[in-house]
Design a protein around this ligand. Structure first.
Ligand code: SF4
Length: 244
């Protein structure tokens, strides 16, 4: 299946999606989805033996790694860097400095705070509670899906920002920051709507601070990445011809 549909894949579609494959309208255009599906099918039917489908999966994965390595090598060479000569100790020190600088930013701290506080609320919810109606369950699922995702995407964007501050000529880093914040903003917007649906006299005290936290995250994201809302995500924000 993976090889048969390869020409339909949209390059990079999985970079700025919300990773909610169960609900994704573009699974047929996504190579990551195809790989995972192929591997699952292979495991189901193989009983441990390596099948042709599994072979195709590993071959494709190997091709992706090889291509990525070559792209990195070429990008580094364009900047006069020979990656075979890189000083690993120096590289790990740079990464550590970057990690500290990302984690100290208010935006990152607030995103992590949201993850924790939303998680505390979710733990008090019993999803098999028969008093919850379909809408409430749906809202809790949305909140649950995105409560880690928002911080993860903000983290990625802040790393990209740190990279393009070092290399102002690199549009790739700037785009990655904008794309990551775009999907984080979508997740923030959807989560905010879901919280508002759950808001009532009983939940008001717990939910209002979470909505305020999301409002602050939205504002900080838009201030720091003013072009993010306009970023066109491959597949999702483009007019494409669906190939069934
Ligand atoms: S693009 Fe769709 S199918 Fe692919 S990883 Fe993202 S959500 Fe899943």
């Amino acid at each position: 299946m993976f090889e048969r549909e390869e020409n339909n894949f949209i390059p990079g579609i999985f970079n700025y999606c919300d990773r909610w494959c169960e609900r994704c309208p573009l699974t047929a255009r996504c190579s990551v989805y195809a790989m995972v599906e192929d591997e699952q099918q292979a495991e189901e039917y193989a009983g441990g033996a390596r099948t042709a489908t599994q072979e195709a999966f590993w071959r494709n994965l190997q091709n992706i790694f090889t291509e990525t390595k070559e792209m990195l090598r070429e990008a580094a060479a364009e900047r006069g860097i020979d990656i075979d000569q890189l000083d690993l100790k120096e590289a790990s020190e740079i990464i550590e400095r970057q990690r500290c600088s990302v984690e100290q930013q208010n935006l990152m701290k607030l995103a992590e705070k949201y993850t924790k506080q939303a998680g505390v609320f979710l733990k008090t919810q019993n999803l098999s509670d028969e008093t919850l109606d379909h809408t409430q369950l749906e809202m809790l699922q949305i909140i649950g899906w995105y409560h880690y995702f928002i911080a993860a995407k903000i983290n990625r964007a802040l790393y990209a920002e740190a990279d393009y501050e070092k290399d102002a000529d690199s549009d790739a880093f700037r785009n990655d920051g904008d794309g990551s914040i775009k999907i984080a903003l979508i997740a923030i917007d959807r989560s905010t709507i879901a919280w508002k649906v759950l808001l009532n006299d009983e939940t008001n005290r717990e939910i209002k601070p979470l909505i305020q936290l999301l409002d602050t995250l939205r504002r900080l994201c838009e201030e720091k990445f003013p072009n993010a809302r306009d970023f066109l995500r491959p597949g999702f924000d483009e007019i494409i011809e669906m190939v069934m």
